[in-house]
Design a protein around this ligand. Structure first.
Ligand code: FES
Ligand SMILES: [Fe+2]
Length: 424
């Protein structure tokens, strides 16, 4: 449980808020490279941290992210012409390049130096891992770029699903750090409804966490269904500040990036990747029910959403074929997180034994944002952090192996059959 003040402190991300200030001190994803497919293509609207922005790719292929509103008199640059090295406002023709320089003011007198004295708001941009990243904080505090492993693997070894979540970013992060819900929300048909008495699933995981220079990793372990006397099923999740969650792998690795659009909307970039295996992107998107045009509207809101109860199948629930009746991700995870309301009131919760991970997450975030308010550097921006080395695991380990040694014990990650179908 949090006080209302703590809840506000953690959830508000707009300009001028403490958390908004802290989030602006990290490199964050702005959009996918495929949303700006070629030089001089159509610009797109990008809403990030409560700011309206426009992203475009200039004639030489360089991506740029500008404030959406023209520095002249505020017309939307999303309506602008993308031509010959800049974005031209269609109102009076001011033209801006990716760095915010004003290249042309066709209505100003010949010889005017006005354009040298005006600059559009333009944020530094980097394109890596088929993703366009932006840094929205003060230039003097720009941190080194976090070389996540998923941005370094060959393009064919990565599949990114981008889906809008209609809820505050912290609901998404908490849902991902919370290991225990998987046994119920996602697997309740096996673990609760149709329980095999000879092979009961352990739905009471034990949980530990270890703080790191970038956040923390949390470990959950359960008795292994096939040999509960001798083995545990062990999962780890890495919480990488500010909002990256590297969840347990399934043959491929899997990281979520929950980028706040504003206080009540979040981009979920859900990334499958492998250093060694080629992932079939089309098959992966279809299996995950995140295909734009099929499962998503053009703006990437879900077609099955809160207004239609995510297509919940009550008949399947009655017949015990499905526990949730929703049946797949991201609809189960987003659905349950959106069902809490746009910003969960955490002063009214009743946290149980299984919520220790959530409590720890909130402590880490509260300490980070309060440290930021005191002028300390945000957690995770030190140049020495090897982002490309961070990994989570999903393993069967002998029960005598302590969770703290999960990474050191020689064992392979579990590679489920269904995940093998996504590999080429
Ligand atoms: S408002 Fe953009 S050029 Fe005038
Ligand atoms: Fe989940």
């Amino acid at each position: 449980m949090l006080t209302r003040e703590e809840n506000e402190l953690l959830t508000r991300v707009g300009p001028g808020t403490p958390m908004g200030g802290m989030l602006r001190r990290y490199w964050i994803p702005a959009c996918l490279s495929e949303e700006l497919p070629e030089s001089d293509c159509d610009p797109i609207r990008v809403r990030l941290l409560g700011e309206d922005l426009v992203a475009f790719r200039d004639s030489s292929g360089r991506p740029g992210v500008l404030e959406e509103y023209c520095p002249h008199r505020g017309a939307s640059l999303h309506l602008g012409r993308n031509e010959e090295g800049g974005l031209r406002c269609i109102y009076h023709g001011w033209k801006m390049d990716v760095d915010g320089n004003v290249l042309d003011m066709p209505c100003e007198p010949e010889g005017s130096t006005f354009k040298e004295r005006v600059k559009a708001v333009a944020y530094p941009v980097r394109e890596q891992g088929r993703t366009i990243w932006v840094y929205m904080g003060p230039r003097e505090h720009m941190p080194p770029f976090p070389n996540f492993e998923w941005t370094l693997v060959p393009d064919g070894n990565r599949s990114i699903a981008k889906v809008m979540e209609e809820a505050n970013w912290l609901q998404a992060v908490e849902g991902t750090v919370d290991s225990s819900h998987a046994d119920v929300l996602h697997n309740g048909a096996d673990t609760l409804l149709n329980r095999d008495p000879n092979r009961p699933a352990d739905t009471k995981p034990e949980i530990g966490f270890r703080d790191t220079a970038y956040g923390f990793w949390t470990c959950s372990w359960r008795r292994h269904q096939d040999d509960p006397e001798h083995f545990n099923r062990v999962h780890t999740t890495n919480m990488i500040l500010p909002f990256f969650c590297l969840v347990p792998p399934r043959g491929h690795y899997h990281i979520h990036s929950y980028v706040p659009m504003d206080d009540t909307h979040t981009w979920d970039y859900s990334i499958y990747y492998s250093p060694t295996l080629t992932i079939n992107h089309e098959k992966t998107m279809a299996r995950r029910t995140v295909m734009p045009g099929v499962d998503l509207y053009p703006d990437r809101r879900k077609i099955r959403n809160l207004s239609n109860d995510y297509g919940q199948d009550r008949q399947a629930m009655r017949e015990r074929r499905s526990f949730s009746g929703i049946g797949d991700n991201p609809h189960e995870d987003h659905g349950i997180q959106e069902s809490m309301g746009p910003i969960l009131d955490r002063s009214r919760e009743h946290l149980g034994a299984v919520d220790v991970g959530i409590i720890h997450l909130r402590q880490v975030l509260l300490e980070a944002v309060r440290g930021f308010q005191r002028g300390e550097p945000p957690l995770g921006i030190a140049p020495s952090i090897a982002y490309d080395q961070i990994r989570s695991l999903r393993r069967i380990l002998p029960r005598e192996v302590p969770w703290t040694e999960a990474y050191d014990y020689p064992a392979e990650d579990i590679f489920p059959e269904y995940a093998k179908e996504l590999i080429e």
